[in-house]
Design a binder for this molecule. Sequence first.
Ligand code: MG
Length: 301
Amino acid sequence: MTYEVFDPRFEALTVSHSKLEKLWTGSRWAEGPVYVPAAKSLVWSDIPNDRLLRLDETDGSVSVFETPCGHHNGHTLDHLGRILACEHGGRRLSRLDFDGRWRTLVDSFGGKRLNSPNDVVEKSDGSIWFSDPTYGIDSHYEGDKAESEIGASNVYRFDPETGALTAVITDLLKPNGLAFSPDESVLYVADTGATHDPAHPRVIVAYTVGSDGRSVRREGVFATLENGLFDGFRVDGHGNVWTSAQTAVATYAPDGTLLGRIPVGEDVANLCFGGAKRNRLYITATTSLYAVYVNAHAAGW
Ligand code: MG
């Protein structure tokens, strides 16, 4: 069974005969998928193994893109098609420039080292928003164990023009995946604080973006899980939220209704839209990379 339909709207977002495909296996914790259209490739992280992997869509082959890499976690493409990376090992946000070199964008806040950037999104004004929980410094498994210098896990807005870094969200325990609605009026952020406090709500929180485009106000809980965690997610062109949800992908309408699920069978960490028409959902789930064609497209396609 590829789909669990809870709302008729989900059927319109799926392709009835499309099946979930397991494309590759062999990672310890697959994360950070980013589709690179110009290379017809998907790049993703295998965090404990300290490597980036690449799927070549033209022949389905998978190879190592970079190792060691500094325990990358989340990725996104910027407006010029460059990969932006959250690095646990380097405790920095970096960018893969056209000359093939990774360059630091930011690695400190108020003179203190970042914890371990986790996931990242670029806004249309060129600002880069990322979460900075402690997973990369909690142990030596996904980075290098260290104390948090900042003493908090925030969401930051980075301005590449000025180098300014601003803490925009400070009220979450472990902010993780994040994405804007298509019109950028809402910022969704997952809170995986239950990893450190089992009683902590397993939620995606919605924030309204202010008219200045850079401040946010907490709107409320957008989605809740009973068990497991929401980690990374993406928003499609109609504003539906496609998210990791324990061992499945779950799809929520912009009004917060759970429309349906795609069971995967392993803990899902993240996903992204890829393929020439951005209608192929790539899913990073623990040991493996999966994909399924859906009747939805990445925002902006
Ligand atoms: Mg994450």
